[in-house]
Ligand binder design. Structure first.
Ligand SMILES: Nc1ncnc2c1ncn2[C@@H]1O[C@H](COP(=O)(O)OP(=O)(O)O)[C@@H](O)[C@H]1O
Ligand SMILES: [Mg+2]
Length: 225
């Protein structure tokens, strides 16, 4: 299992931030394992370090100390090319704010990761994914013409269109009302399951957290079950 490329191990990770002469410890010697195809919810109060931990796990931020590995590969020891391939093919990200390109249509937004990864048949693949998120008749709309829930559906389509092995979602329902949040999270869980991906979610939505195989809470820089 350890050598599976999609087994994620976080070993003795600490993150502290400096401001002036003082330094704040946000994550304090955290170790955890994430099995392939499982789902993990990370909860904790605002400012507890959820986003920081997600960024560290997804290769966006090298921690002050500790190691992240995907299978036997050390995420922060990779060469630029390996890392580029990782971002293009292994990882899909969903944010609280949709972060869509506002000047581009739904179709163009969903095609973007395919174009960057130079994946063929980008248009057909993007249209297929747009249909899966229930927005077939909106593919030529600009994001500004869509509701919050629809925008989040587009960002789910964009995150999953490359068939990533690991999907990381930071408060994916944080800006949505309860009913919309539920339908958006149903969609996210269904698609992640279809694609057999691993899902890591930071959320303070306990209903969302309950749907995951594992649930960890960050309290004072430590994780508890
Ligand atoms: N780049 C940074 N520089 C300094 N402090 C930061 C930085 N990023 C986050 N922090 C601090 O780390 C703590 C955890 O932040 P964050 O991971 O965003 O928490 P959460 O996502 O749980 O709300 C907060 O106190 C925040 O102010
Ligand atoms: Mg956060």
């Amino acid at each position: 299992m350890k050598h599976n490329q999609h087994h994620i191990a976080c070993e003795n990770v600490s993150q502290s931030y400096r401001s002036g002469f003082s330094s704040t410890v946000v994550l304090d010697d955290i170790s955890l394992n994430i099995e392939p195809h499982s789902s993990l919810a990370i909860t904790g109060s605002s400012g507890s370090g959820k986003s920081t931990l997600l960024h560290i796990l997804s290769g966006l931020q090298k921690p002050t100390q500790g190691k992240i590995s995907y299978g036997e590969l050390n995420l922060y020891g990779w060469r630029t090319r390996q890392k580029r391939l990782f971002f293009r093919h292994t990882l899909g990200m969903i944010y609280q704010q949709h972060h869509l390109v506002m000047e581009m249509s739904v179709l163009q937004n969903v095609m973007l990761p395919l174009k960057i990864a130079k994946i063929k048949k980008a248009k057909a693949k993007a249209l297929d994914m747009i249909e899966k998120v229930g927005l077939a008749q909106y593919s030529h709309y600009l994001p500004s013409m869509l509701s919050g829930g629809q925008k989040q559906r587009v960002s789910i389509a964009r995150a999953l269109v490359t068939n990533p092995k690991v999907v990381v979602a930071d408060e994916p329902t944080g800006c949505l009302d309860a009913k919309t949040a539920e339908s958006v999270s149903n969609l996210m869980f269904d698609l992640v399951k279809d694609q057999n991906a691993t899902l890591i979610i930071a959320t303070h939505d306990l209903d969302l957290a309950k749907r995951c195989n594992n649930h960890l809470k960050i309290i004072n820089g430590k994780i508890t079950k």
